[in-house]
Design a protein around this ligand. Structure first.
Ligand code: G3H
Length: 550
């Protein structure tokens, strides 16, 4: 795995400078009129007012002032304490009422109506939520809109998927003289925690299926990624019965231990690192009672075969490595490129990167935007220095330049196992390229990796591709052909092996993840038939029912 291709060290630095605006150059329609100073949080159907400590939210977008660059202030949110966290838990526990509460015993059709109501109220807040998302996490305006719209579609698709599931369950089965009606029932109290990079979409892909299946929920939003949800608090309050959805904000170290150590959380739905997931899980006193649904870290490789169509490959690799600055769990995080074509590949990749727009999230066609945390630019610089210190070069002009919270993408080549970038999940705009001669090199990488989410294969030789598909489907959970790695479409299963996931999250799989199969069964004899007939005919039960949702 050694490079024979000499790359000239980069001399020309990309002028990242002057991407930041002054206050008056921000277009009027994208300005934050005033900071969102959130003091409200939802517990037991009540919007409570917090008078304690708050956390200031600083935007990734910096403003150019006479003093230099300063992060824009988006607002603040409550740093709740242990007592309020327990109040949220108590509200969720009471609303579930050991499975006897109105929400878990409600008919599926009625729960669907509540969810529809919520979706309508949410859609009415689109502009506000999208703008806050953009300011809070630095996601481009276009991608923030996509995140919102995709989430609303997810809610609508979930409703349709639940109808399908319920229709299948609305009939009796008779086997070996036993009559049974099998449905899916809720698990109990669910703690939902989403990630900062998709605080709306990924949190809601946990929250929505959990709610609609009859669970009650405590939602802890990530930091950053709190304020965008402020406009939705009233929608939650108005659309769902008291205690069904409760929000907690603040430091995870303060607000999550009381929840987990109580033993009253029945399911932990978490998207983030496996380290944090394991920390949370082990606080639960009765692990056998805790169901876990996780989306965790990944280091998805792209494998570029000698037969690859380089234009198509580079287009997908740019999307895969740099969409939202590479801050996606599904991003391509290491590229294995065959020696025969690596030079041409690097040239085209560098040229494509030089065409990307670096700028503010509201700019048309912007790709590279400010990062949510200045420490991130330090971390990426550290990774680049580690790689160059071990013999790699920055291949693209200006790669690794930094101004404030903007980090210009850096392509590193040749990356070897001695470098941190080879195995560390960088979660950002640093692209390691590993040359290979033997296809066993990338296969071996996947076999020995701690991660197992997805892989992308780029090539045109069907024999070579087929030879890779069979071993790789047993290493990861999605093999992409000439396409970047991605979660969508949301009806496709999204999961991973090893340290990359627990459980499966697609529209329909998530309904299963947040519920358990339960049945009513009776030996087929006259008394039981009469009882079942009476209950069904008189519609005495929501569970034992042949109602068919149209
Ligand atoms: O951060 C991980 C997200 O699930 C990625 O979703 O592939 O649709 O961008 P995406």
């Amino acid at each position: 795995m050694t490079s024979t291709i000499p790359f000239q060290p980069v001399t020309q630095q990309y002028p990242v400078k002057s991407v930041f605006p002054t206050v008056d150059t921000i277009p009027e329609s994208f300005r934050l009129q005033m900071p969102v100073n959130q003091c409200k949080y939802l517990i037991n159907g009540e919007l409570r007012y917090w008078e304690g400590e708050v956390e200031t939210v600083l935007s990734p977008v910096h403003i150019r002032t006479t003093e230099g660059l300063e992060p824009a202030v988006v607002g603040h949110f409550p740093l709740l304490d242990e007592q309020e966290s327990l109040a949220a838990l108590n509200a969720a526990v009471a609303a579930y009422d050991r499975g006897c509460g109105p929400w878990p015993t409600m008919s599926v059709a009625q729960r669907i109506e509540h969810m529809r109501d919520f979706a309508q109220r949410m859609e009415a807040k689109r502009d506000r939520v999208v703008k806050l998302l953009m300011w809070e996490i630095g996601k481009s305006y276009k991608d923030s809109q996509k995140e919102f719209d995709r989430t609303v579609s997810y809610i609508k698709d979930t409703i349709e998927a639940l109808k399908d599931l319920d229709r299948v369950s609305s009939r009796f089965e008779i086997t070996e003289g036993v009559i049974g009606q099998i449905r899916r029932a809720p698990l109990g109290v669910v703690l939902c925690m989403g990630p900062s990079n998709y605080p709306l979409n990924e949190t809601f892909t946990l929250l929505i299926p959990a709610l609609i299946m009859g669970n009650t929920v405590i939602m802890k939003l990530p930091r950053p990624g709190v304020l965008f949800c402020n406009p939705l608090l009233e929608a939650f309050q108005q659309a769902f019965p008291a205690g069904v959805i409760n929000t907690v904000y603040g430091s995870g170290r303060v607000v999550t231990p009381p929840l987990m150590t109580s033993g009253q959380v029945d399911a932990l739905a978490f998207i983030g690192s496996s380290r944090a997931a394991n920390e949370l899980k082990k606080q639960h006193p009765k692990l056998n009672r805790l169901r876990t649904i996780y989306g965790l870290e990944a280091k998805n490789p792209g494998i570029v075969l000698p037969s690859a169509d380089l234009d198509l490959t580079v287009k997908e690799c740019v999307l895969g490595t740099l969409s939202y600055n590479g801050q996606r769990c599904t991003a391509l995080k290491v590229l294995f490129v065959h020696q025969q074509i690596v030079e041409a590949f690097l040239e085209k990749l560098s040229a494509a990167i030089s065409q990307l727009t670096v700028g503010m999230p509201w700019e048309q066609d912007v790709t590279i935007t400010p990062l949510p945390d200045v420490d991130k630019t330090r971390y990426f610089t550290e990774l680049v220095n580690d790689a160059t210190g071990h013999g790699a070069s920055i291949v693209n002009s200006g790669g690794g330049s930094v101004e404030g919270s903007v980090f210009y993408p850096a392509v590193l080549y040749p990356v070897t196992p001695a470098m941190r970038l080879y195995s560390e999940e960088q979660f950002g705009p640093v692209i390691p390229v590993v040359p290979y001669d033997d296809i066993e090199t990338p296969i071996d990488y996947l076999v020995h990796s701690d991660h197992g989410q997805q892989v992308s294969i780029f090539g045109q030789d069907t024999d070579a591709i087929a030879d890779l598909i069979d071993p790789l489907v047993n290493q990861v959970c999605r093999v992409n052909l000439n396409s970047q790695c991605q979660r969508g479409p949301d009806t496709f299963p999204f999961t991973g092996r090893k340290d990359s996931a627990v459980g499966t999250l697609s529209v329909s799989d998530a309904l299963r993840s947040f519920s358990i199969r339960t049945l009513v069964a009776a030996k087929e004899q006259p008394l039981n038939k009469a009882i079942i007939n009476d209950i069904v005919r008189e519609r005495k039960s929501n569970f034992l029912s042949t109602d068919f949702i149209l």
